[in-house]
Design a protein. Structure first.
Length: 130
């Protein structure tokens, strides 16, 4: 079980753009913040140039990588997607489902600003933190 929160892309983006999430104060206090490869991919793909990409990677080095397990998490994400659709909720993206699957497998809380993702995570017993 991991007790550090897994910060979704939405939390990182809000922190980087506006500083309006708990992440800046958490990093200032040297509290660990989790991220996973799908979050890294979404964040780095939004960088405008290599300098931004490397600055972002240096920031993420202050966090803890919650590794994506290809076999378990792709299957878990498919289950998240199918179950959500069966319950009448369409996930915003398959990447959101991957992030939920990683949080569920690591038994770690999820930080997200995405209400749809939070709603789906709660269905799978993933604790939500703000």
């Amino acid at each position: 079980m991991t007790t550090i929160p897994l910060a979704d892309t939405s939390v990182w983006v809000e922190a980087l753009r506006y500083g309006r999430t708990p992440l800046p104060s958490m990093t200032d206090r040297d509290e660990l913040i989790g991220f996973t490869e799908p979050v890294l991919m979404e964040l780095v793909s939004g960088c405008r140039n290599e300098d931004e990409s490397w600055a972002l990677r240096r920031l993420l080095l202050r966090g803890q990588l919650l590794r994506f397990d290809t076999a378990a998490d792709f299957d878990g994400a498919a289950d998240v997607y199918r179950t959500s659709r069966r319950l009448g909720i369409t996930p915003n993206s398959h990447v959101d489902c991957m992030i939920i699957a990683v949080a569920a497998r690591h038994v770690t809380p999820l930080m997200t600003l995405d209400r749809q993702q939070a709603r789906i995570a709660a269905i799978f017993g993933v604790e939500l933190v703000s």
